[in-house]
Design a protein around this ligand. Sequence first.
Ligand code: URA
Length: 220
Amino acid sequence: MMKQSAAKGKATDDEWHPAPVPETSSLTTLREAARGCRACPLYKNATQTVFGEGPKKAAMMLLGEQPGDQEDLSGKPFIGPAGQLLDRALEEAGIDRNAVYVTNTVKHFKWEPRGKRRIHQKPSSRDIAACRPWMEAELRVVRPGVLVCLGSTAAQALFGSSFRVTKERGKVLESEFAPRVVPTVHPSSLLRQPDEESRRREYALFVEDLRVALRASTAK
Ligand code: URA
């Protein structure tokens, strides 16, 4: 059942605080703890927490923005239209999705109703800050050799709000969170391209960025 509650009364400042993450090296324990997360108001309108998925020893981690409509209902990251496009691009780049840890910067779906549809809303800097301890815990436990930031929310969570994916995409960068970080566009931006030609061009660039990440994941 889709939740239609809350959203009426405005959230107050004390509804955001850093998520209380347990000290553990177990992804299962983290996932269980995140299930009941109330660190920001997004849980009120979401069906469930969508935690990351994939092997603990993954050499590559993919970081998206937040779960979408289908992810919210299923509890799995990147399974909707953007996820299906991502799967295709990963395969074309020679990356096995099952070998990759896939997660999001924010773990609850933020949306507003429009008729019967739930329309994606961009998470605020407070939503992102509250959820951040989960992402940091996933990075600490998985310790991927390369982290791929899918879109500006993920990239700016790592490098700050002045970071521009359009300028930095496809580069191999360093950060305190992972030895190599490759920023690229979000796969949903490919779905929004105005015509077939730009869709094809943007998709090819996206696959190329993923190839850069693959090479970076095996580099010494
Ligand atoms: N978009 C994201 O950023 N993450 C998902 O899991 C789905 C769509």
